[in-house]
Write a protein that binds this ligand. Sequence first.
Ligand code: HEC
Ligand code: HEC
Ligand code: HEC
Ligand code: HEC
Length: 201
Amino acid sequence: MRIMAKKFVETLAICAAAMLPALAYAAETPAPPAPSEQPPYTRSEALKSIMNPHEQINDEGYVLWATCSICHQNTPDPAKEKSIRDVKLRFADDLTQICYRCHVVKMHPAGEMAQLTLTDVRSIPNHLSAPPKNIYENMRIIQKDLPTIMPVEPATGRITCATCHNPHERGVLYGRADYGADSRFRLRSAGLDICQYCHRK
Ligand code: HEC
Ligand code: HEC
Ligand code: HEC
Ligand code: HEC
């Protein structure tokens, strides 16, 4: 495996070396305008070229209201709409679809190790389901104890991506709804162990 990876890197290096004269030539001649439909080549280039919908405030501090409509059916008013029930989201009957437009994620949490350990995929817990009573009760208690929210999908009562992740930029929403925005992995626990919020020991 290691050797193969090394070979691959060597091959890449050779390719890069072969391209150098071409690059030097390109530097001398005036570059033709790049065709706009040219596809991006690396993940990081792709990420720079697509819109990041979690970037909702510009450098001058103004809210970028146009980004809201990537996920919302209209432009919400954070001063009036104070819960997941107040806003009109896209894919209301399955909110995970909003996120799946751009994110490819494995079943998680607790699904990350499945491929490494060859665990039967069926044994990965389905977190995107309606929580049983005891877990729902834990979620209720944590929302009393901490200034955060853990909204479930109004149409179905299921846990959804935004139950654990805050898709908004810090400063767009008020109060509890703002909690965890821009934290690591955008988790609503903002640095604390989010598992404990639902699985109490
Ligand atoms: C990447 C998707 C996404 C984008 C972009 C987005 N939202 Fe949301 N928004 C959601 C989801 C999902 C919910 C439901 C979960 C929640 O309440 O946070 C929500 C909920 C809300 C709520 C209710 C919050 C509460 O109190 O529970 C408000 C208000 C809101 N959004 C405003 C905005 C505004 C304003 C923008 C644009 C500046 C925006 N959203 C952009 C996905 C998004
Ligand atoms: C229009 C495309 C798009 C949509 C829709 C979208 N995202 Fe994102 N998301 C991005 C981009 C771009 C980034 C920043 C680049 C990165 O870190 O992968 C990002 C970053 C994130 C991160 C941080 C990843 C990390 O490694 O730190 C999380 C978590 C996340 N998004 C969750 C969500 C959730 C939840 C939804 C649905 C409510 C959603 N996203 C909808 C494009 C999108
Ligand atoms: C029960 C809580 C929970 C739910 C539900 C959840 N996540 Fe996560 N997510 C996490 C945690 C915790 C992490 C931090 C890394 C880890 O433990 O996997 C994470 C990490 C991520 C990341 C960054 C790491 C990566 O794999 O790129 C993205 C993006 C993400 N989640 C998107 C989503 C999307 C999209 C959904 C819905 C389909 C979702 N999450 C549902 C808890 C959750
Ligand atoms: C939003 C609430 C929520 C969060 C946060 C959460 N879980 Fe879960 N978890 C659930 C639900 C609901 C089930 C399904 C339980 C059932 O149906 O009995 C579950 C099931 C599980 C299971 C299967 C065994 C069991 O206890 O039923 C494991 C393992 C697990 N979760 C691990 C984690 C880990 C690790 C984290 C943190 C990274 C986490 N969970 C965060 C709600 C949550």
